[in-house]
Ligand binder design. Structure first.
Ligand SMILES: [Zn+2]
Length: 421
């Protein structure tokens, strides 16, 4: 692949943070400053998807403005990026002037069969994929026969071609090398295996997509705002093999040397942080971890912790979330596991003291009052706060001290520390 002289690269470790109401960029950036003080450079990436903008009624310019302002106030001198998260050809346009990181989502195209000529041509060009394939740091060589490779190619080739189309669209507007490219395939039913990932990377290289982060779907459930649910040992093997596949694909196909895994819905997955950390240490690989809505939950915790009007508002959001339970949960069915029997009634929550509300929502598994059902429900309830408009935003401003402290410490103590420090 012909890499341009000027090529915007992504740092080795990066953390994607979401800021639904564009009020916490400064509190989030404080986290990266704390990490830098401990000698670890982690690059902040502010990500927001089109569907989040639609739900909130915001636009990509506001994400850029909030990030720039925080960077200026705190005098952050290292790189930072604004990620057009999960964009497609029909949603990329409004992000073009404001983002310098694009998460190209092609999950919808997975499984749509590629045409026979295209598949045949790819197989002709890649005899190395057929038969025994030894990859350094993977104990057992892959053994895939021609029919199996053909099946993988048919499943993913069209998705890769779509990634190429979207990449070229962004390139036309921004100029190649002026933005970071991520390709995401996580929002689908089946996890991609390491051999599939290798075929996908070969195809992306052929397509001329200088991918720097790739988000496969991993084994297990990545529910929003709560811990990983799945076989941790299986995840560790898969994650480690994926890291090895990427290192090999960089050499084999000339993909950018900065290419690394991106873990979506990566916040709160405490039980896999140990395995991820070990793999990174052993391999020297980088990581992009995309957090999911965790900052919005810290806003609620901060409001509840502040007490008085903040607590009342947090309870009101819970009560409305209970009223609209089905409607809020439906779009997130595949990424939440809520048992309604474990959701306390709004009348009961209305009697809670500040500490009780905070304990139920804050992700501290050692606290007996922690309730993952309440936490997941509130995670998907941000539309209620969006509807409150200025009432919600003023409350954030009035309770800023408590809110920002929670936003910073959640990212630092529960995410950055176990992963990187
Ligand atoms: Zn994703």
């Amino acid at each position: 692949m012909n890499v341009a002289m000027k090529f915007l690269t992504l740092g080795k470790y990066s953390l994607g943070v979401g800021d639904r109401f564009a009020h916490q960029a400064k509190a989030q950036l404080e986290t990266f400053i704390l990490a830098a003080e401990q000698g670890v450079e982690i690059i902040p990436v502010w990500n927001k998807s089109n569907r989040e903008h639609v739900a909130i009624g915001s636009d990509p310019a506001s994400t850029r403005a909030a990030a720039d302002k925080a960077v200026e106030i705190l005098n952050w001198r290292k790189p930072y990026h604004v990620d057009a998260d999960h964009i497609r050809l029909d949603t990329v346009e409004p992000f073009l002037p404001h983002a310098d990181f694009f998460t190209i989502d092609v999950a919808d195209c997975i499984g749509r069969p590629a045409d026979a000529d295209h598949t045949e041509c790819f197989l002709e060009q890649h005899p190395e994929l057929i038969g025994k394939l030894s990859i350094p740091d993977i104990q057992e060589p892959f053994r895939i026969n021609r029919a199996e490779v053909e099946k993988i190619v048919q499943k993913y080739l069209l998705a890769v071609a779509e990634a190429g189309t979207i990449y070229r669209r962004i390139s036309e507007k921004k100029g190649a090398g002026n933005f970071i490219t991520e390709v995401s395939m996580d929002e689908t039913d089946q996890p991609q295996t390491p051999p599939e990932l290798f075929v996908i990377l070969a195809a992306l290289a052929d397509e001329g997509v200088p991918v720097q982060t790739i988000a496969p779907k991993f084994t297990g459930r990545f529910n929003k705002g709560v811990d990983y649910a799945g076989d941790v040992a299986k995840f560790e093997k898969e994650f480690s093999d994926n890291v090895a596949v990427i290192a090999f694909a960089i050499k084999q196909y000339g993909l950018p040397g900065t290419l690394k895994l991106s873990v979506h819905s990566g916040s709160d997955k405490f039980s896999i942080y140990g395995p991820i950390r070990r793999t990174l240490k052993r391999s020297g690989a980088g990581l992009h971890l995309k957090t999911a809505g965790t900052t919005w939950l810290e806003e609620l915790i901060g409001l509840a912790e502040a007490g008085d009007a903040g607590l009342v508002l947090a309870k009101e959001i819970y009560a409305k979330a209970m009223e609209h339970l089905d409607e809020l949960c439906a779009p997130y069915a595949s990424v939440i596991d809520i048992d309604p029997a474990n959701l306390p009634a709004a009348e009961d929550v209305n009697h809670w003291r500040s500490e009780q509300f905070v304990s139920a929502v804050r992700h501290d598994q050692a606290n007996e009052q922690f309730n993952p059902h309440v936490r997941q429900l509130l995670h998907v309830a941000y539309k209620i706060a969006a509807k409150m408009g200025n009432r919600y935003l003023s409350a954030l401003e009035e309770c800023e001290l408590a809110v920002s402290r929670n936003v910073t410490l959640n990212l630092y103590e529960r995410h950055i520390k176990p992963l990187f420090l």
